[in-house]
Design a protein around this ligand. Structure first.
Ligand code: ATP
Ligand code: MG
Length: 198
């Protein structure tokens, strides 16, 4: 950490649970942009998720660690979990900028569903100064950069993985398998902790 010129991807998410769609998106962007590392950053108390109950941060954090453990270029950061209050991307970027130093190039990776809301995010202008943004395709969502600053946002087509955390949770509730939708260790962690069982 702290070396000059490192190219760092940042994959923020609720990760409730992390699934193979997240991992494929991160892997594809890492390849496309020659990233040295992708940092997965589970959210603290999620905003824009209404009053929906979200799995405790420690469980979401551990599932993210399990899912990324086998990839030497994937790491997990607790910055959003350890910062009190709702998670804002601008704070995530400020914290990671502090950790990786002024020489690092930051690439914030976000799905098509989130891209269209980006301008409404807190301190959007500052956000675009702190990092480049990479919008990735996601089945069921149109990827459009309309109205977004052109030089700050790149769009990347990734292999379609029609997986969402919502669908994974629903499958567990219904007693259906989530094998191969989430990494093996995450399947076992969900069972061991009795997550989503209702
Ligand atoms: P939920 O259904 O609970 O909202 P999710 O599957 O959308 O969960 P998040 O943790 O909300 O997962 O997503 C984190 C980031 O990953 C977001 O930017 C989202 O757009 C992106 N993402 C999620 N699933 C996919 C997928 N299958 N393909 C590409 N990007 C994805
Ligand atoms: Mg989502």
């Amino acid at each position: 950490m702290g070396e000059r010129g490192q190219r760092i991807g940042i994959m923020g998410g609720t990760f409730d649970p992390i699934h193979n769609g997240h991992l494929v998106a991160a892997s594809e962007v890492a390849d496309r942009f020659g990233l040295d590392e992708v940092v997965f950053v589970p959210t603290g108390q999620p905003w824009q998720k209404g009053r929906q109950a979200v799995t405790p941060a420690e469980d979401r954090y551990l599932m993210t660690v399990i899912a990324t453990a086998s990839n030497p270029r994937f790491t997990v950061s607790r910055v959003d979990i350890d910062r009190p209050g709702p998670t804002y991307t601008v704070d995530t970027l400020r914290d990671l900028r502090g950790l990786y130093g002024p020489g690092a190039e930051l690439f914030f990776i976000t799905g098509a569903d989130a891209v269209e809301k980006m301008l409404s995010w807190k301190d959007a202008e500052r956000m675009f100064e702190l990092a480049r943004f990479v919008g990735v395709t996601r089945p069921g969502f149109e990827l459009s950069s309309a109205h977004l600053p052109e030089d700050a946002v790149s769009l990347v087509e990734i292999p379609a993985m029609a997986i969402s955390s919502t669908a994974c949770r629903a499958r567990v509730v219904a007693g259906k398998p989530v094998w191969y939708l989430v990494p093996d260790g995450v399947v076992q962690y969900i069972a061991k902790r009795g997550l989503y069982a209702g």
